[in-house]
Design a protein around this ligand. Structure first.
Ligand SMILES: [Zn+2]
Length: 392
């Protein structure tokens, strides 16, 4: 059993590898198939080896009045008219103060969503990736290694910290553990602001490459022979169009705030009080060009079929190159590039690079990460896992 060095780089595109001479020098390369959604769903799939229809983490926010951290606002309905940014920031801040969540995003800032809808929503992810019971019934790679007494070291995976390459750069490896996991979170953030092909991002890629090369050489000097693989969870696609759905509804003589809705970067989600509401919303959405409604068939095709409507009764998806400007996360002013498109688009492919030959054909998938690691430690792969070991 050789030591394994695994490096995760959030949002790295295969097309960016030529800017990373060291990573590019690793002999075995594949494209990686992402899943429909953002980081939250990608992380759950890569750490558990199952698709979202099993682990059920898809979007950050879900409809759940019974568990909403904002339930308390129901007792203070006189606050509902104060839909101004300072009120949104303040009410979220005091809610966060009383929250016991240990997840990466905890309770993020909420913008653009009228306060009267806040008591309907809850975050989907409650625990941190490496915690026991992160996802009930689907143990993560961290839990599996702990269960089998295999020591590991994680560097750079720090809640609420984006610039994790600095943590890796400053880290010294004393005793090499059977598994070392380096977590690089900064590339995704700057890629959103500039696009991954921008000069400032190419600079960052080069800097990252030399940090990772130093770690690799350190490993070589200390343990000699080891397996190393590097992977990302998705690519990045430049935006051609930002759509303000609130304005689209206004121009159609309607008001988006009449409906219980949640706006993500490229998916608008709705819950209705009656069929009339659904018809009105569908009518406005039908005027948009580059998108479509995610039907149950489409969701099943992408392994996103859910047992209930927690993520929406109607989900409208914007395709490659388009995004909503006003979302629950902000106004999208600085957003030049996003991900979260259907995995059919090669633009959102992630990357997989290894010093060990890959035995399987085609793209590596996020659900293959856990079984591939388990097989490297000669551990059994649970039957519920959707992926397979790529080394077999
Ligand atoms: Zn991102």
């Amino acid at each position: 059993m050789k030591p394994v060095l695994t490096i995760f780089i959030d949002g790295l595109k295969p097309e960016s590898l030529p800017h990373m001479p060291f990573l590019n020098s690793l002999p075995h390369k594949r494209r990686l198939e992402t899943i429909l959604g953002y980081s939250i769903t990608c992380h759950a799939s890569m750490y558990t080896g199952v698709y979202p229809n099993k682990h059920k983490l898809w979007f950050l926010w879900q409809y759940s009045p019974a568990t909403s951290p904002f339930r308390w606002l129901k007792k203070l309905p006189f606050l509902y008219p104060f839909n101004i940014i300072p009120a949104w920031l303040f009410l979220r801040k005091i809610t966060l103060r009383y929250s016991k969540l240990t997840s990466y995003w905890k309770i993020p800032r909420i913008l653009n969503l009228p306060l009267r809808y806040w008591p309907n929503i809850d975050v989907a992810e409650k625990k941190y990736w490496d915690e026991d019971g992160y996802i009930e019934g689907y143990p993560t790679i961290f839990e599996k290694l702990r269960e089998h007494g295999i020591p590991y070291e994680i560097v750079g995976m720090v809640p609420g910290t984006i610039h994790t390459s600095r943590i890796i750069a400053e880290h010294t490896f004393d005793e090499i553990k059977p598994w070392t996991y380096l977590f690089v979170g900064d590339l995704d953030a700057i890629s959103h602001h500039h696009g991954q092909d921008a000069p400032e991002v190419i600079e960052k890629l080069k800097e990252l490459d030399s940090i990772l090369e130093r770690c690799y050489r350190d490993f070589e000097a200390k343990v000699g022979d080891f397996d190393c693989f590097v992977f990302s969870d998705h690519g990045h696609a430049r935006l051609n169009e930002k759509i303000d759905l609130y304005q689209v509804f206004r121009e159609a003589g309607d008001n988006l705030n009449r409906y219980m809705h949640l706006m993500d970067a490229n998916v608008a989600r709705f819950w209705f009080r009656n069929e009339k509401e659904r018809a009105r919303v569908e009518k406005v959405l039908s005027t948009l060009k580059n998108g479509y409604i995610l039907t149950p068939e489409k969701m099943a095709h992408y392994h996103m079929d859910m047992p209930d409507t927690r993520y929406g009764e109607l989900l409208y998806y914007l395709d490659l190159g388009s995004a909503f400007s006003r979302t629950i996360f902000g106004y999208g002013f600085r957003q030049q590039s996003i991900h979260g498109y259907v995995p059919d688009h090669p633009e959102v492919d992630g990357v997989f690079v290894s010093n060990r030959p890959i035995a399987t054909e085609g793209k590596v998938r996020l659900v293959d990460i856990l079984p591939s690691l388990l097989s490297q430690f000669e551990l059994p792969i649970p039957d519920h896992v959707d992926g397979r070991s790529i080394w077999e």
